[in-house]
Design a protein around this ligand. Sequence first.
Ligand SMILES: NC(=S)c1ccno1
Length: 249
Amino acid sequence: MRIDVVSIFPEYLSALDLSLIGKAREQGLLQLTVTDLREFTADRHRTVDDTPYGGGAGMVMKPEPWALALDAARTRGPAGAGAPEQRPVLVVPSPAGEVFTQATARELALREHLVFACGRYEGIDERVVEWSREHFEVRPMSLGDYVLNGGEVAVLAMVEAIGRLVPGVIGNPESLVEESHSDGLLEYPVYTKPALWRDRPVPEVLLSGHHGRIARWRRDRQLQRTAARRPDLVAALDPAGLDRADRDV
Ligand SMILES: NC(=S)c1ccno1
């Protein structure tokens, strides 16, 4: 998978040099390039914004630097020889976007080339989004109903959520199976040594060695936790995926 990120604060994305994503880049599992939008300006002040038509507070990001930067990212292309089979996906972090979920991460982890456009100020001139549809699948994307100062923090989260699903990035793929949202539920509580900590014991069943009882206990905890914290997820569950014991929780 090829990932391109365009930002006026490229150093914000240096966290992607670290840990599992950084290792995946070293191993060639992910090709990731971060580009400074100001490289695509033509004036000596490297101007990327201007006042909004129609008035209002703040500044809007100018279209021309973005068009040049996105064209450069697009033609950098995915890994491997030959023309890409798929159009690249342009992800634009925005509170006005579709909500990014684990299902979105799974979907985007299958794509060849993702380009992330980190807006700042009051946003990017809307004509960039319209123009981009000629060459990209354009996906305005929100992490949630709150406002950040720019797209960089959202891109860090999305690249990690997507990148970790790329085969080979997580050493043990088993650890992807029982995590929150993998089966529509929140994950069960986890414990490790010592068995007794500040007068708090580990649940007895987890010390029993009885795999069936442990699996049932964990599933019960998932259902109870999801019902308590995210009733919306319970409402969205497919009843066919629930067994009789699930319904008794
Ligand atoms: N909620 C998101 S992703 C966002 C991006 C910029 N501001 O908020």
